[in-house]
Design a protein around this ligand. Structure first.
Ligand code: HEC
Length: 137
């Protein structure tokens, strides 16, 4: 058992030297939305769906870092508020629809993220704000 724990510690230290690329590319075409809507996106979605991820300390600790880095990459591919302006109007319209659906069904932000980020749990008022924005488009 002692040997196994020693082995585990060596592995855990060792993997810290595997570098992962945690990027925040320049924000060139950020979404244009009313201040109160954008404020909600910023606090509840931007860590994953923008180029302004807050890479806090635990996102840099392996093996969590491997997971979170690919998670953010994947999230940005699906939806990126920092590159919204590059979407053609049809795609943007579809994304707006999806945003409301995800928020309405409490699929987004993911529950695990909400555990660590209580501010990301949207209040009924905040959901209303998103709905009004999404359905007025
Ligand atoms: C912890 C990371 C994380 C946060 C925070 C987060 N998302 Fe996501 N989101 C993902 C991932 C990963 C996917 C793609 C996989 C999936 O659909 O589960 C996704 C998918 C989506 C999709 C589907 C897009 C598509 O093309 O299929 C929408 C819409 C979305 N998120 C909206 C939001 C909104 C709105 C917020 C904030 C209220 C938010 N997300 C917060 C990780 C996140």
């Amino acid at each position: 058992m002692k040997k196994f724990i020693a082995f585990l510690i060596v592995v855990l230290i060792g993997i810290q030297f595997i570098s992962v690329e945690q990027t925040n590319p320049p924000v060139e075409a950020e979404i244009y939305a009313p201040t109160e809507v954008k404020a909600i996106f910023k606090k509840a979605c931007y860590d994953c769906h923008s180029n302004e991820t807050n890479w806090v300390w635990y996102t840099k600790v392996a093996p969590i870092s491997f997971l979170l880095t690919s998670h953010v990459k994947d999230s940005r591919k699906h939806l990126n508020f920092s590159e919204w302006g590059l979407y053609d109007p049809k795609k943007a319209e579809k994304k707006i629809e999806e945003i409301w659906e995800e928020v309405r069904d409490e699929e987004m932000p993911p529950w695990l993220y909400r555990v660590g980020h209580s501010e990301a749990k949207l209040t009924p008022e905040e959901k209303n704000t998103i709905r009004n924005w999404a359905t007025s488009k």
